[in-house]
Design a protein around this ligand. Sequence first.
Ligand SMILES: Cc1cc2nc3c(=O)[nH]c(=O)nc-3n(C[C@H](O)[C@H](O)[C@H](O)COP(=O)(O)OP(=O)(O)OC[C@H]3O[C@@H](n4cnc5c(N)ncnc54)[C@H](O)[C@@H]3O)c2cc1C
Length: 383
Amino acid sequence: MNFATVELAEQDRVFAQELRAFLAAVVTEDVIARDRRSGENFAEEVHLALGAAGYLERDFRPESDGGFTPVQRRIFELEIGRAHTPWFHWGTTAMVASAVDRFGSDDLRDEILPRVLSGHYRLCLGYTEPEGGSDVATCRTRAVRDGSGWIINGAKMFTSNAHNAHFVFLITNTDPQAHKHQSLTMFLVPLDAPGVEIQPLRTVDGDRTNITYYSDVRVEDRYRIGPVNGGWAVLREALNVEHGTVERDDGGLQKLATMTEHALLLAEEIDRVAGEVPSDGRLADGAVGYRLGRGIARLEAALSSPGMFGRVAIAQTLRDITGDLMDIGGVAAAVPDGLRAEYLFRLAGPTGIYGGTLEVFRNMIAQHALGLGRPVYAAPKRP
Ligand SMILES: Cc1cc2nc3c(=O)[nH]c(=O)nc-3n(C[C@H](O)[C@H](O)[C@H](O)COP(=O)(O)OP(=O)(O)OC[C@H]3O[C@@H](n4cnc5c(N)ncnc54)[C@H](O)[C@@H]3O)c2cc1C
């Protein structure tokens, strides 16, 4: 691994300065405080400003099509995180927009993409169902042909950002008799269609997500993404992006793993706690120094772990270290106060669940990275 400092060329230094000034102007203290209070992970004025300035489009497109260079992309990701930009909705929006770009009709692409890149349309994921989400291919939400369109009935759990989005990328079952991987069809369902209901759901960290219900929702066939009963191939690409298992670029600048933004928040908090401790003399207590040192070492290791390994290491480290940081902070650390250890402690649970649970990721590592074969859950045979 090459740990050399990247020397920025003049145009990249200017890019970083302009971006930092831009974010400082739009992601104000007020925006950050409102975001923490509401748990929305979204501020429309910030999103529209990023769209109007062309940042969303350059983030979405490859360099060959007017997008960021790899250095600019890295700077962009880091600065967005450092500014505490409400941001998680862009990951799902960009993921779904890529599926529309790749698998949608020309008409649909022309309708959706310009509005996504200007910030006016947001897109969310409708995968998980009340009966379970780890096995996304087991889908009960039904889509049935009706003349030139489809009628959809069902329910989805944890449809995050649906209340700030315009379309949901919905997995439907269009052939209940078929094998599950040959039964799926993907749709981009307008969230203002009659029959769609969005109900709020709070997670333990105070963030807002939703349950969405679909009752006789009529969708035109033009909103179908990919072939009928061929949704698994469409979905797999989007899942690979979400799981962080896509091919890495050659430059080594690409984000190492998904969810590094949470690890960067944790790094800020460890630095803050470590900075406070020496002044009150507690570092003389070897246990405090040991726990801080162990936390920093764990975090560095997590931040250096790529792909699925990094995804697991970041969430597990967040779970393991935040309790230590609260302990070191004492009683005061239990009082909710912005992006401090107390909030990160609550965030650690959901971080190991959404986008795939830690157990499922560990199985994927065992099976695909270590070649240990599929796990068997059958009861052991009696001798
Ligand atoms: C904050 C948050 C936001 C989310 N946002 C979205 C979203 O926008 N869109 C969306 O569609 N979903 C979203 N989800 C859902 C998320 O993807 C699922 O919660 C996750 O995939 C797990 O599914 P489940 O909750 O149904 O648990 P289940 O699949 O029912 O699993 C229950 C338990 O069994 C374990 N388990 C299941 N299968 C296996 C296995 N094969 N091997 C070992 N252990 C297993 C799991 O690890 C878990 O502990 C979100 C979830 C959260 C918490």
